[in-house]
Design a protein around this ligand. Structure first.
Ligand SMILES: [Zn+2]
Length: 224
């Protein structure tokens, strides 16, 4: 099921993880893809929002984790491009395996069993790049290649797992699930300083906010 958050922005509540659909100035964009078993929910949500699978043009990934890239296989054979932060791109393409030397890398190694390498072209993105109306903000910490995407035109920030919502409050990604918790904090500060104001705050976990997004991100900075 998809829930509209703003004009052209829909939330997929996949029970435990989120994905989003964005009509980005006519370019239909899926943001993250849930787990492998969410494939039919993702395609069903497209229809609910008034689109067909073939209408999908682009997938933006916030990072490589099984609950964000697991559903990629559902889009094999659809003509689209996948965008992902440069440091996470070789994990999506299978060119690299997550490192055993980091606790989060170990979690990703196990999760890798529930992912597949997509057929579609994977385009690495870096801080400062533009994809449609979105600007890419490098926000490493949860994973080395974690990125957020912010569109001033849509007043929407796709925050991935930089922060999460629980009980109406926003928290930084916790140590256990992060490569580097200090880097997460630095990334939260950096995004709050650099991003334009936005209303919609779309996190990878928890309930997204339709209003006051940048204000809520600023409130996280105060807790660091
Ligand atoms: Zn996640």
């Amino acid at each position: 099921m998809v829930t509209p958050l703003a004009d052209g922005v829909w939330w997929y509540d996949l029970r435990g993880t989120n994905a989003y659909l964005v009509d980005d100035d006519g370019t239909l964009t899926l943001v993250d893809t849930g787990m492998r078993f969410h494939a039919s929910a993702l395609i069903g949500g497209l229809r609910e929002a008034g689109f067909e699978l073939r209408d999908l043009d682009r997938i933006l990934l916030t990072h490589y984790d099984m609950d964000h890239v697991g559903g990629l296989g559902a889009f094999d054979g659809v003509d689209l491009t996948i965008h992902v932060g440069a440091a996470d791109a070789p994990l999506v393409t299978g060119e690299q395996k997550p490192p055993l030397s980091n606790h989060k890398g170990l979690i990703q190694r196990v999760g890798r069993l529930l992912t597949s390498v997509p057929d579609n072209p994977v385009e690495p993105v870096e801080d400062g790049d533009s994809v449609g109306t979105f600007t890419v903000y490098g926000t490493p910490g949860h994973t080395p290649g974690h990125v957020c995407y912010v569109s001033e035109a849509l007043s929407t920030a796709l925050l991935g797992d930089l922060v999460l919502e629980r009980g109406g409050t926003v928290y930084p990604s916790p140590w256990l699930l992060s490569y580097d918790a200090d880097a997460v904090e630095a990334s939260v500060r950096s995004l709050a300083e650099r991003a334009p104001a936005f209303e919609v705050a779309a996190m990878g976990h928890g309930v997204p906010f339709e209003e006051g997004g940048s204000r809520r991100l600023a409130s996280v900075v105060e807790t660091l």
